[in-house]
Design a protein around this ligand. Sequence first.
Ligand code: NAD
Length: 470
Amino acid sequence: MSYRYEFGSGEEVFETVNPASPSEKVGRYGIMDTSGMGLAIEKANAAQAEWARVPGLERSQRLNAFIDAVEARADELAAAGTLEQGKLFRESKGETMKSCAEGRFSVGEAARMGATAIATGRANYSNQILRRPRGVIFCISPWNFPISTPMRKICPALAFGNAVVMKPSQFTPAASFLLAGISKEFFPENLIQIVMVPGRSASAAVAAGDIHGVSFTGSVPTGKLVYAAAAANLIPVQLELGGKNGAILNDTDDLEGAVSQILGAAFMTSGQRCTAISRVLVQKRLANETKEVLTSKASAMKIGPGMDETSDMGPICNLPHWKDVCSNTERAISEGAKPLTGGSAPNRPDDGYFYRPTILGDVSHSSVAGQEEIFGPVLSVIEYDTFDQAMVMLNGTEFGLTSALFSNRNDLIQRFLAESQNGMIHVNHGTVPDNNMPFGGIKNSGVGAYSVGPTAVNFYTSEHAAYVAW
Ligand code: NAD
């Protein structure tokens, strides 16, 4: 049996499969034991000491050259992403290029190093707010963005002089190993370590280890375990967790355009995006037309392998998650939600972990379809009479990641900006974020400094108030 990707060593092995065709093995990875991980952390610490001595401008140039090399190999990275994750190749390519664009912001950050000028309170003093690298950043990634989640952690970490120990999801590790391979030419040896370990070992390393920050992206329950492990040593955390993101459709001159944006945000990566819109809160006046347009567009989508350029949507990433999407949608339907289209898998999982694009009508706010992150191509439509009701429902989940409002009314837009309990707020477009804007959530969607943009410095550096008298 030949594998496309083979990395790591260890007696225990994890194999990945192509979710569009699960009999096709894609990767073979040796699972690292605890002593291997300890050694990786030790090596990262040594490499970090060397990297922190490199002047910031040179770090900036080397990071830029690394990003150039990633861009040059975007097709190869995107293929690895699609073969293990399942999403469309063009989405994987877009993910790669976007992660590079975000990384370019970090290139500038390495040159700025969070510089702040501040006045002194006393004569013959100078005051400075200094920023230093934290040290080794332990990074834990989920399976839905195998290229951009590692890049979103690697670029700011290295820009500010840190080393990275990266634990990828077992379902999609190829891209992380490829990125580490590309990086070798530009950075000190061992600065980026990929540790293929089981999840529980990752928490154990956080609790025990010689690391200085944890950046975790994943689900709320696992995030809480990581947070608790980090608390044992008061290690700073950045947690980016789930969402049950709502779009309010209140009034629009272009219903078709608004619905297209909502559908894009709902079904890209088969709905397996933390920022996917999974609830449309629609004013009753617009409800029938909205459901008609959603249903006709969703039912026309072609599901198929991500490598087939005629596909509109790929499969679910892995079998356990495919089972969750099936059973959670069944629960939603048993609670009264009505599938206007979809609501089932088109085939047995042996033939690919596909799930039909699904629009659920008659959804009540307190039900599974109104509250839980199904994390698949399942969009709930919830109707409202007043904008007050819409805002109560928008904010009435455990999550607070992203949100959208479609309206031309300035009073409602201002209320939305003031009252949407989400880290990210979009008016009159879907939930696509820019490459220089903070990315993160509140409530159960996140803790700590956001990633991307100017505030990432708060997680990736320590802060020092320095006074010099002369
Ligand atoms: P997950 O929480 O199951 O796993 C995430 C990572 O944590 C994986 O690498 C996993 O192996 C590891 N892990 C498992 N147990 C662990 C433990 N005890 N200690 C430490 N690490 C452990 O999440 P997933 O299923 O891979 O990803 C889907 C979830 O990620 C969704 O909830 C989604 O919303 C969320 N997500 C959030 C963002 C964001 O930026 N907010 C982005 C992408 C995904």
